[in-house]
Design a protein around this ligand. Structure first.
Ligand code: TRP
Ligand code: SF4
Length: 418
């Protein structure tokens, strides 16, 4: 049974594991053995789940092409909470991925009623942050990308309202533009394969975006001309809506194959090899040849006040344009995993696992694993008090932000609003 999940609600889902098993998301640990180098966002438990990440880990290991795409909705200033997924993108680009960033201005305008000009301003800031982190690759604004819009239209031929209803639980009051922004996101996720070439694509997102992944994976499949299935002793290439010549070509390409009405059976063949050939033939005949996109799911950095980190709650987060004293004030005023009294904390130790200050260090402020482990240990042993810890963290945050601001300025010229 599918429970609608709402990507536009502001609630955080705490019970991640239950959701995972409900929706068939795998724990990320299952791919660690494939990756030549395990990135910090995995080893530190920030990225927790995936769909089909094996295809990406394998591409990284074998030096094969893959795309990495994610998107940002320009409904406010970017802040600390957005950096993690940006780092994940930059890491994948360094591993050989071709990078794509979409600024979801259509979504911001349709769902959050953000005026277009504000979308441009915020979008520009997001891109500046990405470049400050070392991003290299494509960027675009949804509203200005005509190939994307055509792709969204094509994708819309494969969805009906009852499916949207089942996946998103949209109500009768939902505007058509809202549904339009959903199909635009589907097009975003498939766009790299149209803009460059079909290849596995990794889409790092928060768990709230999984409905979009499920919808897109279904549509990617429906837009294929062929499905390739492994049977007992043979591979069956089945036409869904392939032109007759395309199926004929599959038959010719594999001597010894047998052609039937709507499918070609190939005895003793290798499934991966047949899939590759079928894809090539599909593309020659005007098809998309999509690989079903993969995704990773990260947990969110907690807000400084303990709830969600969001630009609509200024105390919960830090943006990159606030004065130093405000930044320091926010860290010093943060919720912690500390005890009611110093004496109690010395005796029982703090609780770093549920402490936003510790999470801030884990996500962004302490790169060195042994230094982070030291903070964790000292907290748990009751040797580190929250006042001291917050002061040290504030110093790190300020150093980080100053440096980051400089980098944002230095990379402003790279931003293109197009
Ligand atoms: N819906 C996403 C958000 O709310 C933004 C987004 C648009 C996106 N297109 C995307 C995310 C494609 C990942 C992939 O933040
Ligand atoms: Fe959090 Fe630091 Fe206090 Fe531990 S000592 S609970 S990590 S603020």
């Amino acid at each position: 049974m599918e429970t609608p999940m709402n990507p536009w609600s502001s609630q955080q889902t705490d019970d991640i594991e239950k959701l995972f098993s409900l929706f068939g998301i795998e724990p990320i640990g299952t791919v660690e053995g494939i990756l030549p180098e395990v990135p910090p966002f995995i080893s530190r438990g920030v990225v927790v789940g995936h769909r089909d990440y094996r295809a990406i880990a394998g591409a990284i290991r074998d030096g094969k092409p893959f795309h990495i795409l994610t998107g940002f909705m320009p409904s406010g200033h970017p802040h600390l909470g957005h950096l993690m997924v940006m780092k994940e993108v930059v890491w994948h680009v360094r591993q050989g991925g071709s990078g794509y960033i979409t600024i979801a201005d259509r979504e911001a305008h349709a769902v959050r009623e953000v005026p277009w000009q504000r979308c441009d301003e915020f979008g520009r800031e997001y891109l500046q942050c990405l470049y400050a982190l070392g991003y290299e690759g494509h960027t675009y604004f949804q509203s200005r990308n005509n190939v994307l819009k055509d792709l969204a239209f094509e994708a819309s031929t494969r969805v009906n309202f009852s499916e949207l209803q089942a996946i998103y639980g949209l109500s009768d009051e939902t505007s058509l533009a809202h549904a339009g922004s959903v199909i635009t996101q589907v097009a975003d996720i498939l766009f790299p394969q149209v803009d460059s070439y079909p290849a596995p694509t990794i889409v790092p997102v928060g768990i709230d975006q999984d409905p979009h992944m499920r919808l897109t994976r279904g549509i990617a499949h429906k837009l294929r001309m062929f499905t390739v299935e492994e049977r007992d002793g043979y591979i069956s290439v089945r036409s869904k809506n392939a032109p007759e010549e395309a199926l004929e070509e599959v038959h010719r390409r594999f001597p010894g194959s047998r052609k039937y009405q709507g499918h070609v059976d190939i005895p003793r063949a290798n499934c991966a090899e047949v899939s590759d050939e079928a894809r090539k033939i599909e593309i020659i005949h005007g098809g998309y040849g999509f690989y079903t996109p993969s995704s990773t799911y990260h947990r969110f950095i907690p807000g400084l006040q303990g709830g969600k980190m969001s630009s609509s709650v200024p105390e919960s987060t830090i943006t990159f344009s606030e004065p130093d004293h405000v930044v320091r004030g926010k860290v010093m005023g943060a919720f912690t995993g500390g005890r009611a009294t110093l004496a109690e904390q010395r005796e029982l130790g703090g609780e770093p696992d549920r402490c936003p200050v510790f999470q801030l260090n884990l996500f962004h402020m302490v790169d060195d694993d042994s230094e982070l482990a030291e903070i964790y240990r000292n907290c748990k042993e009751g040797e580190l008090m929250c006042g001291q810890c917050k002061k040290e963290t504030a110093d790190r945050v300020l150093a980080f932000i100053r440096d980051f601001r400089e980098k944002m300025e230095a990379s402003a010229h790279l931003v293109k609003v197009e």
